[in-house]
Design a protein around this ligand. Structure first.
Ligand code: MBD
Ligand code: FE
Length: 280
């Protein structure tokens, strides 16, 4: 008999936390810059505590909730949902190429290489969803085609689960690193993703519910596009007319990132999207 572990917030949270922690990131922030930012951050907390006359009960509930966020491995989820969009906005100001969006907690590096025209790895049950064909060209700012550019793509299945973060899914399901052809072109066949719900059984979901907010992100594809001597972009693509586009819990939609696929004769949703990369 085989038992299939059911995916939980704590499961995907601890996988996302481990994945991130393994990167061992660093930044060259000076003590002066750190001190200035930390001083203003704590001044912000002081002002809130004063304005709302935060009670001891509220302080203790916050303390326990922060402990729970860590224990549930939900720091990647919480930060990427509520903070990353501003970081992305500030850091993309100097670039003119295709718009970026947040990476989110579910990127995995080194997805298997796929040729320019390819179908993402998927299970039989994924293949019963509506096919989506995303095709286009990767170029520089002046329109120069970029052969051998890489388009890393990852997205959730119809139930909202990402491979690598839910134990029941095969490794690399609905993920791949697509290499553009000699003209910088690509054509990826996958399936229409569904809207994504932040897990409601973890601390982030409980906080969203307690505040009376909704836990949804619009259906989306994640992409990372890179080429030799170009600035890589991390972005997401959404679907015109879909639910939650105007109220993404992660505040990560942009009008430039909307797809409007049209069905072909075979009933596959087809859409073109070109990526323009800035110099390094
Ligand atoms: C997602 O799929 C996502 O893209 C983000 C930003 C946060 C949680 C889940
Ligand atoms: Fe996502």
């Amino acid at each position: 008999m085989t038992t299939i572990e059911s995916p939980t917030a704590a499961g995907s949270g601890s996988a996302a936390t481990k994945n991130f922690t393994d990167l061992r990131v660093t930044a060259d922030t000076s003590p002066e810059r750190l001190s200035a930012i930390a001083t203003e951050a704590f001044a912000g907390f002081s002002a809130l505590i004063d304005k709302y006359e935060i009670t001891y009960d509220e302080y203790r509930v916050l303390k326990q909730w922060l402990i729970d966020v860590g224990a549930g491995g939900e720091w990647p989820l919480l930060l990427d949902v509520f903070v990353e969009h501003d970081i992305e906005e500030v850091n993309s100001r100097k670039y003119q190429g295709s718009k970026g969006s947040i990476e989110g907690p579910y990127y995995l590096p080194d997805a298997p290489l796929l040729p320019a025209r390819c179908t993402l790895p998927m299970r039989g049950r994924d293949a019963r969803q509506t096919p989506l064909v995303l095709h286009g060209q990767v170029t520089g700012l002046d329109g120069t085609p970029l052969p051998a550019a890489t388009i890393e793509i990852w997205h959730a299945d119809a139930e909202g689960y990402y491979s690598g973060f839910a134990p029941h899914l095969p490794e690399w399901n609905l993920r791949g690193t697509v290499v553009t052809d000699g003209d910088g072109r690509y054509e990826i066949t996958t399936i229409q993703p569904a809207p994504y719900q932040i897990p409601t059984d973890g601390p982030t979901g409980k906080f969203i519910e307690a505040a009376g907010w909704h836990p949804w992100r619009p259906a989306h594809l994640h992409l990372r596009v890179a080429a030799h001597r170009r600035h890589p972009i991390i972005t997401q693509l959404y679907f015109q007319g879909g639910d939650w586009l105007d109220s993404d819990v992660a505040s990560a939609t942009k009008p430039e990132l909307l797809l409007d696929p049209k069905p072909d004769a075979a009933g596959r949703n087809c859409v073109r999207y070109d990526f323009v990369l800035d110099p390094e």
